[in-house]
Write a protein that binds this ligand. Structure first.
Ligand SMILES: Nc1ncnc2c1ncn2[C@@H]1O[C@H](COP(=O)(O)OP(=O)(O)OP(=O)(O)O)[C@@H](O)[C@H]1O
Ligand SMILES: [Mg+2]
Length: 308
């Protein structure tokens, strides 16, 4: 019986309720699924047909260890979903700069390298920004993400300097539509658009994550938005030769058009509960690739025996 590991974190030793829908869909196809803690040293990863990254939501707290874990799959890249080279390139939000160079419409961003900085107020003035969001280059669940304004920049200088001493940062103008129109998440499975949600923050907050009272609702994007998201996904390195099982394109529709917040191919929530067919499509894509790999191994075996 094929067996798949759903990589998760110590705080979430079981699958999340949402991922459970995918677990059930895989089991219906005769594929066993085991939730496995990504930094459990006792795990033999090669024992699984596939390792699917799902709720490794503490990776940003142990980034060096996480990168080492991902690199452990580079010799057998087809075993990890998404492929290790794609995930490695997606950990640090500076991948957005690369996508922007290729034409993706990202939010204007000041890229702050870790270390001493010019005063925050100067940075805001230089960019003519009044309200901004500051966030770590490596983060998840809005960890370390906060707002300030030109008027408060002097008072917030110490917080900024302390954070910049610890990590690379992004500073972006605050996009007010986050609270009115919300943030889109368009989910792609095996390269194709599957479903979408709109995420909204709780009143008075700007973070759409559930941890801060944010909520998600099923929503239908226009064909134009789907095409735009697909074009952004096509800019990802390697997507053409090693399939991306899941991707989430996050962004906000502003007065200037759609602006990309993130392109998540590491450990995004996939909002299975908001779609009738998403869990099935996810399971079918995994089942198909396991079957293909087993076929390749079977075909390669006699060839190797002949060569011996
Ligand atoms: N420029 C911005 N304008 C308005 N809100 C923002 C901006 N940048 C970030 N946010 C808010 O902060 C949240 C977290 O930011 P972002 O998605 O970039 O980082 P993350 O920590 O990786 O989040 P995720 O949980 O989606 O992985 C966003 O979902 C949004 O609610
Ligand atoms: Mg996000």
């Amino acid at each position: 019986m094929p067996c798949v590991a759903f990589a998760t974190s110590r705080d979430l030793p079981h699958s999340t309720p949402d991922d459970q829908l995918a677990v059930d869909a895989l089991r219906r196809r005769g594929i066993a699924v085991e939730p496995v803690v990504w930094d459990d040293p006792a795990v033999t990863w090669s024992a699984f047909d596939q390792v699917v990254i799902r709720s490794t939501w503490d990776y940003h707290l142990k980034p060096v260890l996480y990168e080492r874990w991902l690199r452990g799959f580079l010799a057998t890249p087809e075993q990890l979903r998404n492929p290790p080279e794609s995930v490695l390139a997606n950990l640090d939000k500076r991948y957005l700069r690369v996508l922007a160079e290729r034409g993706a419409p990202i939010i204007p961003t000041a890229w702050i390298d870790r270390g001493p900085q010019r005063p925050l107020r100067d940075l805001l003035l230089a960019n003519a920004w009044d309200q901004v969001v500051i966030k770590p280059a490596v983060s998840a669940s809005a960890h370390g993400t906060w707002r300030t304004t030109l008027a408060k920049a002097v008072a917030d200088e110490q917080q900024f300097a302390a954070q910049a001493a610890e990590s690379d940062l992004l500073i972006q103008p605050f996009i007010p539509e986050i609270a009115t129109r919300g943030e889109w998440s368009l989910v792609f499975i095996d390269g194709d658009f599957c479903h979408a949600v709109i995420k909204l923050p709780a009143g008075g907050d700007f973070r759409v994550q559930g941890e801060y009272g944010g909520r998600s609702i099923a929503a239908t994007p226009t064909p134009e938005l789907i095409a735009q998201a697909a074009a952004i996904l096509a800019l990802v390195d390697g997507a053409d030769h090693r399939p991306i099982l899941y991707a989430r394109i996050d962004g906000v529709e502003t007065a200037d058009g759609f602006r990309l917040m993130e392109l998540e191919i590491n450990e995004p929530s996939l909002y299975f509960k908001h779609s009738k067919e998403a869990a099935e499509r996810f399971a079918a894509a995994i089942a198909g690739s396991i079957e293909l790999r087993r076929l390749v191994v079977r075909v390669a075996m006699p060839a190797r025996q002949l060569a011996a």
